[in-house]
Design a protein around this ligand. Structure first.
Ligand code: GLC
Length: 739
């Protein structure tokens, strides 16, 4: 990063000085116990079970033993805790109150992976801003979001929480979400502090199994997993959250090389780091610490500032300091960072500014918030297949099949904060409202894939009597998110069987897939003429999806490759060529016919390519790339290359295009990926409209972790691939990077 950054960079110089003075004077006054209190966060017990660490949250607040609470509950309860801290504790230091506002507070947006599918950072920023406005009115100071975990493994349930497989898309979404949550000034009442998580590498959990071992090379850490954290820090993220996983066999939460050398040193990050839930305590389970006291020592020494619910700091840190095992300066450093975020929020001036019933009533679930949620949901729908069955016509008699079309609970996805299923509008409700008797509903399969004989008969009968079937398939909302890894990622239970029977009726079928991850949809792709990846679209699921089914252009593109089968995982666009790349024209769907086809990097029973590539998504329009050009044959380290693409919509209806720019570094001191996304721009085109987009590349975009262990670009030849997806390339050019 060009300069160190932290929460106090977000406030005016005058405020910063006042806050720093306040921190200095508080530190001088605080007892060791009060300092430890600031580093302790507990979970409000009435929300989810008794607090870990033995602390009663209200007593802890009143006695200065608490610095923060998560899940503080209603505005009234949150105020009660804050009053205990401010009015009763000796120094009256306010609490900072956190909540997982991941994709909306009460107006629930599409899950973050769906938002990333919009490839529209401005829209995603608007969504985060709405979430902040509602949360900030209800007593929330701090959200444990955005998750910026890069992952290439859809078996991992938490792919739904971030932005998919690519560090460039992930970085763009990280910046957008941090800006959306924090706004220009974190002391403003409509903003909350962001928390970039989970630092670092959690998305690489082996076999996609939750909380599993992570074993990352330094190269992959720096090229794939770190960039979105760097982007979040540069965007001003006030806090980070350390992850559950190990790096080089040392738990991230007690890993000085990650938390201090890399984060504070290389990235220059000065914000506050909170652990994940009980992650300090889990150093014992990892076998890295003999007991909770040792875990606490390792964490504070590593640079972990706030202990979420383990009790390690509350129970042992003061003793460790008095025993000379921990320097008090390490505690002071952490306390300064905690007080800095409280200062950045304006809590020293007004600890109650976030408790405003009137503002809450006015802002929460406001009509304009729902409209934003509907737009985001529309722009995140990915049209995977379409033989022309879509869009539907208002004259069509439609058989709507599947409980997922009638499941408000499912539409909110996991991590729904204060989301209420009663607020969600389902596809069934919207179609009934808009198209009345033209739509016949049959429950078909449950989200888990159960289909009784009666249900099957009812669905087939409805299909036979219709012009088109809309089949809602996918997985339950709770099958993705935390603690929700799946070893198999096909359609659950009998859903495929039901689709087969529906297809057999001869009525055209549209499959709408509700899921928190890419599913292995191979049979569906081969037999169903139109397939929409709908994710979990939030409170406006029904209206948004109905808009798209009846003609609004689907704006989404895939933020993750869709595997044909679990056996392909990990499959992603930026793979290395290997020493034996399968020839581009080799039909890897057939067993090798001769040695030249056998001894290359391939399977004998499955193509190498994913079912759908990163960046894929169709439009109802017809977009042609009229021209693509590079404005230079060579650039130096200070130069920039401009890629200019002119696209035209030749259809008589609107179209969407996400122009994607990939780069291949032909030769490097380390093997380099076949292609890496380096830029994208989304354009919406009216019928017949042309648009020219310009994307620039600089040497920074070409940097990687070189064999000399430096983050830099190496001179040489670079290919530029421009297209609609990682595989649908319409232009190839090249340029030289010269010293
Ligand atoms: C959970 C999650 C983390 C979340 C935290 C607080 O275990 O890993 O993402 O922010 O605990 O709920």
């Amino acid at each position: 990063m060009d300069r160190d950054c932290g929460p106090l960079d977000l406030v005016s110089a005058e405020r910063r000085e006042r806050i720093e003075d306040r921190i200095e004077s508080l530190l001088e006054e605080m007892t060791l116990e009060e300092k430890v209190g600031q580093l302790t966060q507990v979970n409000a017990d009435f929300a989810t079970g008794t607090p870990v660490g033995g602390l009663d949250e209200r007593e802890g607040a009143a006695s200065g033993q608490l610095g923060s609470l998560l899940n503080a509950g209603s505005l009234e309860d949150a105020r009660r805790y804050q009053e205990a801290a401010v009015e009763e504790s000796r120094l009256g230091i306010p609490l900072v109150l956190g909540l997982d506002v991941i994709h909306g507070y009460r107006t629930v947006f599409p899950v973050p992976l769906a938002e990333a599918a919009s490839f529209d950072p401005d829209l995603v920023e608007a969504a985060a801003s709405v979430a902040a406005t509602e949360a900030a009115a209800a007593g929330v100071h701090w959200t444990f979001a955005p998750s910026v975990d890069v992952s290439r493994d859809p078996r991992w349930g938490r792919v739904m929480e971030a932005a998919g497989e690519d560090p460039t898309l992930g970085s763009a979404m990280a910046r957008a979400r941090v800006r959306g949550f924090q706004g220009e000034d974190p002391t403003a009442v409509d903003s909350i502090l962001a928390c970039a998580k989970h630092y670092v590498g959690y998305g690489a959990s082996e076999a996609g199994r939750e909380y599993n071992t992570v074993d990352l090379s330094e190269t992959r850490l720096r090229e794939v997993h770190l960039p979105p954290f760097r982007a979040a820090a540069e965007a001003g993220a006030a806090t980070f959250m350390s992850s559950f996983n190990v790096h080089e066999r040392v738990p991230a939460t007690g890993n000085e090389r990650l938390l201090d050398d890399l984060l504070r040193g290389d990235l220059g990050y000065e914000g506050m780091v909170v652990s994940d839930w009980n992650a300090v305590g889990e150093l014992v389970e990892h076998g890295s610490a003999a007991d909770l006291a040792e875990a606490g020592r390792q964490a504070i020494e590593a640079g972990l500032d706030m202990d979420m619910v383990s009790g390690a700091y509350a129970e042992h840190l003061a003793d460790l300091v008095r025993a000379g095992e921990v320097e008090e300066t390490a505690v002071d450093r952490a306390v300064e960072r905690v007080l800095a975020i409280k200062g950045a929020l304006g809590l020293f001036e007004d600890p109650y500014q976030y408790f405003d019933e009137e503002r809450a009533d006015e802002r929460i679930l406001a009509a304009e918030h729902r409209e934003t949620a509907r737009e985001v949901a529309r722009e995140s729908q990915v049209l995977l297949e379409n033989d022309g069955t879509l869009p539907l016509s208002a004259d069509d008699d439609v058989a709507l099949v599947g409980e997922l079309a009638d499941g408000p609970e499912e539409m909110l996805g996991a991590w729904r904060a204060e989301g209420d299923p009663d607020d969600a509008v389902t596809l069934r409700e919207t179609l009934a409202e808009r198209h009345g008797d033209a739509v016949t509903y049959a429950p078909g399969a449950t989200p888990e894939g159960e289909v009784s004989d009666d249900r099957l008969a009812g669905a087939v009968e409805a299909a036979r009597g219709a012009d088109v079937v809309v089949a809602a398939v996918g997985e339950p909302a709770e099958w993705s998110g935390e603690g929700a890894s799946r070893a198999r990622i096909d359609l659950p239970g009998e859903q495929r069987g039901l689709l087969e029977r529906l297809v057999e009726t001869g009525t055209p079928v549209v499959a709408v897939v509700f899921s928190g991850r890419p599913l292995a949809l191979t049979w569906t792709a081969e037999h169903v003429p139109a397939v929409v990846q709908s994710w979990f679209p939030g409170v406006e699921a029904g209206p948004a999806l109905a808009d798209v089914l009846y003609g609004a252009d689907p704006g989404g593109r895939l933020p993750m490759s869709v595997p044909r089968t679990e056996g392909q995982i990990p499959v992603y666009h930026s793979q290395l060529t290997t020493g034996r790349p399968a020839p581009e024209d080799l039909d890897t769907s057939e067993p090798p016919a001769d040695p030249g086809e056998k001894y290359v990097s391939r399977y004998i029973d499955c193509p190498n390519a994913p079912l759908y590539p990163f960046g894929h998504g169709e439009t109802y329009g017809e977009v042609t790339y009229r021209s693509v050009a590079l404005d230079a044959e060579a650039i130096d380290r200070d130069g920039e290359l401009t890629v200019t693409a002119t696209v035209e919509n030749e259809a008589d209806r609107p179209a969407t295009e996400v122009v994607q720019v990939y780069v291949r570094d032909r030769v490097g001191s380390r093997a380099r990926p076949e292609r890496e996304l380096k830029g994208f721009e989304k354009v919406r085109l009216d019928a017949g409209e042309s648009r020219t987009v310009e994307l620039t590349l600089t040497a920074d975009d070409l940097a990687f972790w070189t064999a000399d262990e430096e983050w830099t670009a190496e001179p040489g030849t670079f290919d530029v691939l421009v297209g609609r997806s990682a595989e649908d390339v319409v232009f190839e050019g090249s340029f030289e990077l010269i010293e």
